[in-house]
Design a protein around this ligand. Structure first.
Ligand code: N01
Length: 545
């Protein structure tokens, strides 16, 4: 993709791709630092995940005030989250507010899906092309394209011949879908599917939930934020920020101080009840400290959850089908629910267990399993995403010598800190693979801060090109791969890419967690970014934008 840019300065210093929570923060930081920036966004609005996943029931399962931005005390002070776990419309409003409050919208082009991105050796800049034919050049390319942005539709026979309406949760239309009086199917029973089911159950004529694997769902325990809590939260902002900036998983929950069997049985039972009643991820972050790694403790907690499911679901056979039997708690990312199990007590809601009666095909009018055919008006695909690398793989990225990123990563991603890869100079991807493992905005924010400081360092030292060293990339990638074996997530988790046919099985998170990220960032900065080879700026290529 070498082009005639040799004598032309880049259009801007920085091209950012993606106006999700990471891209917006990256745009803010880069603009604040004095760079000229152009952000390209495929959607027609800001929000990223919170723009595309506008399906009924979509909401946070991290506490709203720990998920939002912390870079501005004023912003924190003035935005009044309605609920502990905000629903998608509120989050989308919040992100629009941020963009306008900090005057960022003028840097964004919407409806600009990036389909090519080539490193221009001679001019030391990136040349980025969109689906609509627009071209932008920049010294730096920052792909803030997210880990859950490419919806996955399984290749079920007959899928494309279906004549009813069908929607993927991750590509939900901007106009409301009318479910009233419709015969609806939801395929997939993980985080997205279990949010959709109770949200539409009351509206539809019939709801058939196609489950392949039951998940360890526990209550979200969402509720409105009271005035008193609003005031407390504001008064405690500095402390909250300190906690979130340093916490190992990016949550504000206090870790427990005991292993399970330090407590007697009746105490453990009471504790499990308190966990069941606790908000969201506290069931992971504040549970017994050995809950993920002590098989006996994990099994006991699972038995507790199973009993609670049996107590909610009236039909015993349905209850048993909703209880996982093939994985322990925390082996997959656990979903949090509001009224999911209760939905199956309604006579028009039915669970189809695809392990007992596998799906045969989609017909023009419905779904056929080995148990027969069901006529349907709407199919909701809650079947997940091409996690971690999916978006980067679809941007047509080519680095030095025209090498395709997809070829370099054919066996899985190779990164340093989850933000850079060798052979692709001046390309950074905060919030990409080898990154998040917890409350995403906190990790991604750490990476954005590192990336921005790196850009500032380069500018201050007259550096035009940076490229991560082979050694640094190798060390980080090896750390990720070795740590994967000790991760609580099993290889059946999409964190290993195994939900996508043909995708190499590699761990896609940072198995060293946030402490490792902090340590290596600190070491890199202390050593003047020696993890990167740096080449002085060529005089002719200075941004105009
Ligand atoms: O996707 P998933 P998701 N036939 O990959 C099933 C975030 N998120 O969109 O387990 C039938 O977890 C598949 O079955 P199985 C969060 O990080 C957050 O639900 O492979 N079923 C599974 O049930 C989450 O982890 C929130 O057997 C098929 C489902 O589809 C991530 O997004 C809310 C199938 C896919 O589950 C992804 O969650 C929602 C087939 N051929 C999402 N293929 C919050 O609360 C797949 N499935 C913040």
């Amino acid at each position: 993709m070498e082009s005639p840019d040799v004598d032309r300065p880049p259009d801007v210093d920085v091209i950012v791709v993606g106006a999700g929570i990471t891209g917006i923060y990256q745009l803010y930081r880069a603009v604040q630092a004095g760079f000229s920036v152009h952000l390209l966004e495929a959607g027609e609005g800001v929000g990223g995940t919170w723009y595309w996943n506008r399906y009924p029931g979509a909401r946070f399962d991290s506490e709203s005030y720990t998920y939002g931005y912390l870079f501005s005390a004023d912003l924190f002070e003035e935005w009044r989250w309605q609920e502990h776990f905000a629903a998608q419309p509120e989050t989308e409003r919040y992100l629009n507010h941020v963009v306008d409050r900090f005057d960022l919208r003028r840097h964004i082009t919407f409806g600009a899906r990036v389909t090519s991105a080539g490193w221009q050796e001679s001019s030391q800049q990136w040349r980025v092309g969109t689906e609509a034919g627009r071209t932008v050049t920049g010294r730096w390319l920052i792909a803030a394209t997210g880990v859950l942005s490419i919806p996955y539709l399984p290749d079920v026979p007959g899928r494309d011949g279906y004549r009813g309406r069908s929607y993927h949760t991750g590509l939900w239309p901007s106009t409301a879908v009318d479910f009233a009086g419709q015969r609806v199917a939801v395929i997939g029973t993980s985080s997205s599917g279990v949010q959709v089911v109770p949200a539409i159950a009351a509206e539809v004529e019939s709801l058939t939930v196609y489950q392949r694997t039951a998940n360890w769902c526990t209550p979200l325990n969402n509720r409105p934020i009271t005035d008193e809590e609003q005031a407390e939260m504001r008064a405690g902002f500095a402390q909250l920020k300190e906690t979130l900036d340093t916490s190992v998983h990016g949550f504000h929950h206090r870790p427990h101080d005991r292993t399970a069997f330090e407590d007697p049985e009746d105490e453990r039972r009471r504790f499990y009840q308190s966990m069941w009643d606790s908000p969201g991820f506290q069931k992971l972050t504040s549970n017994y400290t050995d809950i993920l790694f002590n098989a006996e403790a994990n099994a006991e907690w699972c038995r507790y959850i199973a009993d609670r499911i049996r107590a909610i679901v009236a039909d015993p056979a349905t209850a048993e089908r909703l209880i996982p039997t093939d994985h322990r708690f925390g082996e997959k990312r656990p979903p949090f629910v509001s009224g999911y199990f209760e939905a199956f007590n309604q006579p028009h809601v039915e669970l189809v267990d695809l392990r007992q009666t596998p799906m045969v095909r989609i017909t023009p009018t419905g779904i056929e399993t080995t148990d027969g055919h069901r006529e349907l008006d709407i199919i909701v695909w809650a079947t997940g995403f091409d996690f971690g690398t999916g978006a980067l793989a679809r941007m047509g990225i080519r680095g030095r010598g025209g090498q395709a990123l997809n070829d370099y990563w054919a066996e899985g991603p190779r990164t340093f800190l989850g933000v850079a890869t060798r052979g692709f100079p001046n390309l950074l991807f905060p919030g990409g693979p080898h990154a998040a493992a917890g409350n995403n905005p906190r990790y991604n924010g750490d990476q954005v801060d590192f990336v921005t400081d790196l850009l500032i360092h380069a500018r201050d030292h007259g550096i035009g090109v940076i490229e991560v060293t082979e050694r640094s990339e190798e060390r980080w990638t090896r750390m990720v791969d070795r740590g994967a074996a000790a991760s609580s997530f099993g290889e059946g988790s999409y964190y290993f890419g195994t939900n996508i046919p043909g995708k190499p099985k590699r761990y896609l998170l940072n198995s060293g967690g946030r402490p490792k990220l902090f340590a290596v960032i600190a070491e890199t900065v202390a050593k003047d970014y020696d993890a990167f080879e740096m080449v002085p700026v060529a005089e002719k290529a200075t941004a105009t934008g």
